[in-house]
Ligand binder design. Structure first.
Ligand code: SF4
Length: 69
């Protein structure tokens, strides 16, 4: 009889997010979604509630740009 998962092996994802016309805000990100019935946006990666998705990225957005380095 199975006793469930014995362990998890963790992988790391590197993924490029294309922002159209350089509009680097949550509303242009494929990980942004609208919570049905709550009239708010959220990030699928961090779970953060996004207060200004049309003008900003989340406070803990994991996306970094090379020009920020
Ligand atoms: S916080 Fe970053 S990753 Fe999350 S939806 Fe906004 S732009 Fe996308």
């Amino acid at each position: 009889m199975s006793r469930g998962v014995r362990f998890y092996e963790h992988g790391t994802l590197t993924y490029q997010v294309p922002f159209p016309d350089g509009k680097c805000t949550c509303v242009c990100c494929p990980f942004c979604y609208s919570e049905h019935g709550l009239e708010r946006a959220r990030c699928r990666i961090t779970g953060e509630i996004l207060l200004y998705p049309h003008t900003e990225r989340g406070q803990i957005c994991p996306i970094h740009f090379s020009k920020e380095d």
